[in-house]
Structure formats: structure tokens, C-alpha cells
Ligand binder design. Structure first.
Ligand code: HEM
Length: 399
């Protein structure tokens, strides 16, 4: 079979969505550069699978551009900032946003997240079972998001609705024939919500992220109203599902690997390393899309200007050429330079927030529910693209 011929490899089966690592390995060895239209992945387009190539693409935004004409499909009226714009403009926004997402600032949110994690566990602990996604993994990151933004916890359901209507329009509108219309309508509601809140912040400045946005300046210029809205919109899409998915992937792995879980229970100091290793191994954000600004040849395969290219982060993160013992999950791995948060100009703005949320959530969960397993006879299901454990039934013996 020719290079770039993936044959029957398919990343979209329920089995590969649940555990994609073997399929990634097959792709890397059989066709490291997948041509457009192969149907292997979710976005269509070509696909880079090896760490070296993915990293090179991430570091060359002038060739692999993020300025894609897909924004309308997500209910937005303009590109989301900073994800759908390229340097140097994108860099201006990152200079303004990065300080607000520092580790020190994010750690200040930890007590609120810890309290909410326990409130959630209180709701189902005595039953000895829960569906992890809906009971814990979905609501917890939303609390962190609301705390970051300075919005009331009473808006939790509203935000969950916004997020679902944009990312999974069918979930709350099973009869909708046109998902784009559901997204567009949700997009309007998101803009209107933030219009009101930003207006309020202008009148009554606050210390939270929205208060920061209305006062922040780039080289003496304030952000325009539209820029603020485009930043807020992205926060919903980038910050909620990603942490939900990571929590689900982590707990599913630990439920199915009790020996590894026991290592964490015996040595809680391993938790930081475990979080990094599970980010590498599970790579919940499996891929990021780019569009080519010119023709480019990778490993002998020519990709054309204007072509969509998927950078398969999950495959890069499990590449044996980059990571020693790449197929082994090792919580004590040294120099774990995974790219689960991306790399280069667009590297995740919220990585410190995400790490704090994961640390707090896993600490509190294991304090309360150290021994758990997947409910007998049940099979967890995962979504493609962002690998959310959509159905993760867990059981334990309450004390
Ligand atoms: C474990 C959870 C998370 C994972 C795995 C993750 C992953 C990623 C990845 C792979 C990218 C790069 C996208 C690209 O190159 O096109 C990214 C970008 C981004 N992430 Fe995250 N993310 C997580 C959590 C968060 C959170 C909690 C927030 C915010 C509150 C956030 C905000 C952003 C933003 C704004 C960008 C765009 C940055 C830019 O384009 O300059 N992320 N994330």
C-alpha cells in the first residue's frame, strides 16, 4: 500500500474513540501523512500524525494558519479571538490575556472549585453510583469558568445550554433538522448575554476577567466591544468541554486500571505527574485544524494551498520516536513534553486553570471515592474530536 494510503484505518469507530492509541500507531507507521478525503478522521482534510511533523506545523502558523472560514458553523459572527487569528495580530491579544491566566491567579480559584467538587459528590455519594459525565465532569468546569469570569453560579444551567447548543446542537434539540440554525441562535444569545454583562462592568469595574477586559489596553488602546465579545465566546468553547473530557478520560482510565489508581492512593505526590501523563496518553483534544497558506510537501506528500490539515495531537503524543516507552503509562515519566495543550503561538491559554481544576477534582474525588469501577455489563462511550466520556457509569461501596 502506498504511503499516505490509510486503507481501512478509521478513527471514528466506538472502539477507537474509546482507546485510540493503537490506531494512532498504525497510522504513524502505515501512512504518517494522510491525504485529504480519506475519511479517517473527523474534519476531513489531510492529517499529520508524527510528533516531529505536528510540532513543525504548530510552530509555523505562517504556513499552517488558524484563520479558517469555519466560524459561521459554530454560531459566531466573526473569528474567535485568539484561536482563529494568526500572529502577529494574535500575539497582541495573547500579551493582554496571558497575565490574567497565570498559575498564581488560577490557584486563587482553587478553594471555590474544591467546595463545589464536594457539593457535587454529596449529591450522589450515598447512592454508590453515578454517571460521571453528567454528575461531575460537566458541571465542575462550568463552576471554574463562572468563578474566573466573575459570573453567578446561578447561571450554570444557562452556560451548559449555550455550550451544548454550539458543540452538540442535537442534545437539547433532538428534532432540529438544521444544527447550524440551532448554533446561530445560541450564538446570538451568547453575544446578548455578554453585551449586558460587559456594559455592567463598564459602569461598575470589578477584579474578575470581564472587569479586566473592559479596562485592559494593548499599547495604549482599549479592546473594541466586538473584540471583547469574540474573546468571551471562545472562552465558552475552549474552557468547558476540554476539562470535562479530560476528567472523563482520566477517571475512565483509573477505573479500568486499579493498579495505577492504587499508586496514586499510596503516593498522592504522584498526582501532578499522573495528570501530565494522562494528558499525554489520553490526549482528550485529539487534534487541531489548520488551513494551508501555500503548497507544502511533508514526507513526500504534497499538500495544497487552501487545504484543511488536521494535526493529530493524540498520535504525536504517543509517538515512539519522541517518547521513551511511549506505549507505557508512567506517572513518574521524566521530561514529559507532551503537546496535549498544543504548542507554539496558539498553545492553550487556559493550561494553568485546567491543571488546577484537574488537580482539585482528582484530589477530592479520590479522598471521597478511592475505589470505584465501571458498572458491570456497561460500556462507556466517547465522542470523537474532543474525547468526552459521554456515558461513564461508575459504582463504589459507600462507607
Ligand atoms: C485539559 C483541558 C484543556 C485542554 C486539553 C486544552 C487544549 C488546548 C489546545 C490543544 C489548544 C490549541 C488549539 C490550537 O492550536 O488551535 C488550546 C487553545 C486554547 N485554550 Fe485550551 N485546553 C484546555 C483547557 C482550557 C481552559 C480551561 C481554557 C480557558 C478558560 C482554555 C482556553 C484556551 C484558549 C483561549 C485557546 C486558544 C489560544 C490561542 O489561540 O492563542 N483551554 N487548548
Amino acid at each position: 500500500m502506498a504511503e499516505s494510503e490509510p486503507g481501512d484505518i478509521n478513527l471514528m469507530t466506538p472502539e477507537t474513540m474509546r482507546a485510540p492509541q493503537k490506531t494512532y500507531a498504525e497510522l504513524r507507521s502505515r501512512c504518517p501523512v494522510v491525504h485529504s478525503g480519506s475519511g479517517v478522521g473527523r474534519f476531513g482534510g489531510a492529517m499529520l500524525t508524527r510528533f516531529e511533523d505536528v510540532m513543525w506545523a504548530l510552530r509555523h502558523p505562517e504556513i499552517f494558519s488558524s484563520a479558517m472560514d469555519v466560524q459561521l458553523a459554530l454560531g459566531t459572527e466573526r473569528p474567535m479571538i485568539p484561536q482563529q487569528i494568526d500572529p502577529p495580530e494574535q500575539t497582541r491579544f495573547r500579551k493582554l490575556l496571558d497575565p490574567h491566566f497565570s498559575r498564581k491567579r488560577m490557584m486563587k480559584l482553587a478553594p471555590a472549585i474544591r467546595a463545589h467538587a464536594n457539593e457535587l459528590i454529596d449529591r450522589f455519594y450515598d447512592e454508590g453510583e453515578c454517571e460521571f459525565d453528567s454528575a461531575f465532569a460537566i458541571p465542575l468546569p462550568c463552576t471554574a469558568f463562572l468563578a474566573l469570569m466573575g459570573l453567578p453560579l446561578s447561571d450554570l444551567d444557562l452556560f451548559l445550554g449555550f455550550k451544548d447548543d454550539i458543540i452538540r446542537p442535537q442534545k437539547n434539540h433532538p428534532d432540529a433538522t438544521d444544527p447550524t440554525a440551532v448554533r446561530a441562535e445560541a450564538g446570538k444569545r451568547i453575544y446578548a448575554y455578554f453585551e449586558d454583562v460587559l456594559e455592567e462592568r463598564r459602569k461598575n469595574p470589578t477584579e474578575d476577567f470581564l472587569g479586566y477586559l473592559v479596562q485592559a489596553e494593548i499599547q495604549g488602546d482599549r479592546l473594541t466591544h466586538e473584540e471583547m465579545l469574540d474573546i468571551c465566546f471562545l472562552q465558552i468553547l475552549a474552557g468547558l468541554d476540554t476539562v470535562t473530557a479530560t476528567l472523563g478520560c482520566n477517571i475512565a482510565y483509573l477505573a479500568e486500571n486499579p493498579d495505577q489508581r492504587q499508586k496514586l492512593l499510596d503516593g498522592p505526590e504522584l498526582l501532578d505527574g499522573a495528570i501530565e501523563e494522562l494528558l499525554r496518553w489520553e490526549s482528550p483534544v485529539t487534534a487541531v485544524p489548520r488551513v494551508l497558506t501555500r503548497d507544502v510537501t511533508v514526507r513526500g506528500v504534497t499538500l495544497k494551498k487552501g487545504e484543511l490539515v488536521t494535526l493529530l495531537l493524540g498520535s504525536a503524543n504517543t509517538d515512539d520516536d519522541e517518547f521513551e516507552d511511549a506505549q507505557k503509562v508512567d506517572f513518574e515519566r521524566r521530561a514529559n513534553r507532551h503537546i496535549a495543550f498544543g504548542a507554539g503561538a496558539h498553545r492553550c491559554l487556559g493550561s494553568h486553570l485546567a491543571r488546577m481544576e484537574l488537580m482539585v477534582a482528582l484530589e477530592e474525588w479520590h479522598k471521597r471515592i478511592p475505589h470505584y469501577r465501571i458498572k458491570e455489563g456497561e460500556t462507556p462511550t466517547f465522542s470523537p474530536g474532543i474525547r468526552e466520556a459521554l456515558y461513564l457509569p461508575l459504582v463504589w461501596d459507600p462507607a
